[in-house]
Design a protein around this ligand. Structure first.
Ligand SMILES: Cc1cc2nc3c(=O)[nH]c(=O)nc-3n(C[C@H](O)[C@H](O)[C@H](O)COP(=O)(O)OP(=O)(O)OC[C@H]3O[C@@H](n4cnc5c(N)ncnc54)[C@H](O)[C@@H]3O)c2cc1C
Length: 472
């Protein structure tokens, strides 16, 4: 990074998600800040990801680019914002430096006056990482495309398998976790089969696709309250989804899941298992906790002070899913408001005004169950069915980044929800030789995909030291 004039205030923001992008834009837009503040936004992805619609990418409704605008493009008009596509690996809080690597090839040291860390969470398998290869989660565009490959690939297999039990195994999709992600995905997979794939297969009725939603709790969408979760359960059953509450997954392998239910263990045969349960904070939370003495909770989230800073470091803010404060939920609204609070505090400090504690304004929650059917809870006003869906659709379109993305998403929804179209289905049957999610006889004949091998070579740890960072 080139030398900064002494009067510039250097803000480094780690993570361009829901916690990191709003403060970037705020500090870019604020006129006086534009003169006095220099922002560096660092993210290991080159895009901002609208995670709430990932399941629509996985089920062929919308293309990935529509929910993943390039960060560089989003901030192109703001000359005081610089984007670096790099993996942050650590911090030197005394020297006020962020350590990062670009594509694992180039080390970077980025100095700051104020730091905002919003690195989010990763999938958690509750100590069973060995499940991951058989039951991918849905946190990134790559995850959603992998799920698309597995879902549509399973139907292709069922088309050519004659043995009924084996075919049924391909036509069964197990989803672990009946929170918003699991419920939305289950609804879409079932609708995909019943509505969109009707008449496309010759060996089976698409409506025979089994979608089994498993959860150890009592009701789906438990955080929405008894009334709405009861309605959600009824809607799921009407859609033909098998809802198995009180069912704890105790094993996952290439051909099914083991379930513990009411003291007995049973087996669900399936080649397609999707993990929508559990998250753990970015490892950067533990790094910061080690450096500041802040506590970590069970999910690895770091406890922040009421103004979202860390003990002894008023210049370091942690926002979004990776922080813990007053049992606030890990939702987009908490992350966005937290990020804006941090940006506001920076501006107040530059105007010699004191900081204030973070106050969260709960704007409610929404989840969609299927076509024209959502549940919405807004300060005790509870809506379901079509009215709920209209609110859900408006909220999601509003928060999508970019007018073009909003418009094209609306057009895709119209095509799929009023008609039956599923235009975004492309996937490749080629996969890595090491992919154990398919049975051995299938693995034996598929062509290994050379791309991941090339990627592995690029990102593999190197024996030789990385190049020295550019002078800062
Ligand atoms: C499938 C799914 C559906 C969801 N649906 C909803 C919903 O309907 N409503 C709702 O309110 N919330 C929903 N959420 C939750 C919501 O997306 C999160 O609460 C929100 O994204 C949190 O924002 P964040 O900034 O903390 O993390 P993120 O938005 O995940 O952003 C973190 C960013 O940090 C980057 N990063 C991580 N580690 C590093 C590193 N070491 N170096 C550089 N960059 C790094 C990541 O690439 C990412 O861009 C959903 C989440 C998922 C996964």
């Amino acid at each position: 990074m080139s030398a900064e004039p002494a009067d510039r205030h250097r803000v480094v923001i780690v993570g361009g998600g829901f916690g990191g992008l709003p403060p970037t834009r705020f500090l870019a837009r604020w006129r006086a800040a534009r003169r006095g503040i220099e922002v560096t936004l660092i993210d290991r992805r080159n895009h901002h990801l609208f995670q709430p619609l990932l399941y629509q990418v996985a089920t062929g409704l919308i293309p990935p680019g529509q929910i993943a605008p390039a960060l560089r493009h989003v901030v192109r008009r703001h000359n005081n914002v610089r984007v670096e596509c790099a993996e942050v690996t650590g911090f030197d809080l005394d020297q006020r430096i962020v350590h990062a690597h670009v594509l694992g090839l180039q080390a970077r040291e980025v100095p700051y006056d104020t730091l905002i860390v919003a690195a989010g969470v990763n999938q958690s398998y509750f100590g069973h990482d060995e499940y991951a290869i058989y039951a991918p989660g849905m946190k990134t565009i790559d995850d959603a495309l992998e799920l698309r490959r597995r879902i549509f690939g399973a139907f292709e297999m069922a088309e050519v398998i004659a043995e009924p039990a084996e075919r049924e195994r391909w036509l069964t999709v197990a989803i672990v976790g009946a929170g918003p992600t699991g419920v939305e995905l289950a609804g879409q997979v079932r609708e995909l089969a019943v509505r969109s794939l009707r008449r496309e297969f010759r060996s089976f009725e698409a409506s025979s696709v089994r979608v089994v939603l498993l959860d150890g709790g009592k009701e789906p969408l438990a955080t929405f309250g008894e009334q709405l979760s009861g309605k959600a359960a009824k809607s799921l059953e009407r859609l033909g989804i098998e809802l198995r509450m009180g069912a704890r997954v105790v094993g996952v392998d290439e051909s099914g899941v083991d379930i513990s239910e009411a003291g007995t263990t049973s087996r669900l045969d399936t080649y397609t298992t999707i993990w929508a349960a559990g998250v753990e904070a970015s490892p950067l939370a533990a790094e910061l906790a080690k450096a500041t003495g802040a506590e970590l909770d069970r999910a690895g989230r770091i406890a922040v002070l009421p103004d979202l800073t860390l003990p002894g470091h008023p210049e370091v803010f942690v926002v979004g899913d990776m922080m813990s404060l007053d049992k606030l939920p890990g939702v987009a609204e908490v992350a966005m408001q937290g990020g804006l609070h941090a940006a506001n505090t920076i501006v107040r400090r530059l105007k010699d005004k004191p900081g204030v504690p973070f106050k969260y304004r709960d704007l409610g929650s929404a989840a969609t169950i299927g076509r024209f059917n959502s549940v919405v809870d807004f300060h005790g006003i509870r809506l379901s069915g079509f009215p709920g869906w209209v609110i859900w659709a408006l909220v999601h379109l509003t928060f999508l980044t970019g007018f073009g993305n909003r418009l094209s998403t609306l057009l895709k929804w119209t095509r799929s929800f009023i008609g039956r179209g599923r235009p975004e289905r492309e996937f490749s049957v080629m996969h890595t030789g090491g992919d154990l999610s398919l049975p051995a006889e299938v693995r034996a004949v598929v062509q290994p995909n050379p791309l991941p091998v090339a990627r592995q070579a690029l990102f593999a740890p190197r024996d030789e030291p990385l190049e020295e960072p550019e002078s800062s």
